[in-house]
Write a protein that binds this ligand. Structure first.
Ligand code: CA
Length: 232
């Protein structure tokens, strides 16, 4: 059973989310403030965290940052206002996704499911015509068996989503994908989701992978269309 940690200080909202996710077969743990969230995270080792931004004691931004220093667990930030969305997108928090209040339960469940499963990752690997499960480009190596990316021999820390996006693009060498296609194929969103999520994830990956993020040589932009990976 997959375990979801709900971090939400408004009890009624927390309860509604809990009831709905229980119905979907998830195990639920709850925290009602940021400090408690960090404590529970250590003990419970959840498979996904739904993290409200505005929380007592320690806010969601800080909680996200702290968790990211030790774990790549999928994190969905729950925002209440457009300014918070901008902040989530702009800050290098390492959140995988965000959802804005008020949200429908169908949407929330779709997001949780999409973020929790390994996003057809096995099929990406299987369908790639890469024999040895290593993708090489210049000084960059993507190791599909070990879920590792190395540059000049050093391991680069990527979140699960970043790794999947990179692998997806790299395994379809030079094929250009629109943001909508990437949301569908990598995030698993059919109807929901904001294409800005793709741009933010690409930007974050470039900062980790590229020598000069503003002049990328691996993760390329096709102006007006989308993104592709380049083998060097
Ligand atoms: Ca709140």
């Amino acid at each position: 059973m997959k375990k979801v940690l709900i971090v939400e200080d408004e009890k009624t909202i927390s309860d509604i989310i809990k009831i709905n996710l229980l119905k979907e077969g998830y195990e639920i743990i709850t925290a009602y403030d940021g400090r408690e969230a960090l404590e529970i995270f250590e003990k419970a080792d959840p498979d996904l965290i739904l993290l409200d931004v505005m929380l007592p004691h320690v806010d969601g931004f800080q909680v996200c940052r702290k968790i990211r220093t030790k774990s790549n667990v999928p994190i969905i930030m729950v925002t209440a206002k457009e300014e918070e969305v901008d902040k989530v997108l702009g800050l290098e928090l390492g959140a995988d996704d965000y959802i804005t209040k008020p949200f429908g339960m169908r949407e929330l469940i779709a997001r949780v499911k999409a973020n929790i499963r390994r996003v057809e990752f096995d099929s990406i690997v299987e369908n790639s015509n890469i024999d040895e499960k290593l993708i090489k480009s210049g000084n960059l190596i993507i190791d599909l068996m070990r879920y590792e990316v190395r540059k000049n021999g050093e391991i680069i820390e990527l979140t699960k989503r970043e790794f999947e996006l990179l692998t997806f693009l790299a395994s379809k060498d030079t094929q250009v994908f629109t943001r909508e296609q990437l949301l569908k194929d990598v995030w698993g969103y059919e109807y929901f989701g904001d294409i800005r999520t793709v741009d933010v994830t690409i930007r974050r990956m470039r900062e980790k992978i590229e020598d000069d993020p503003s002049n990328a040589k691996f993760i390329m932009t096709k102006r007006g269309v989308g993104y592709y990976f380049r083998r060097i």
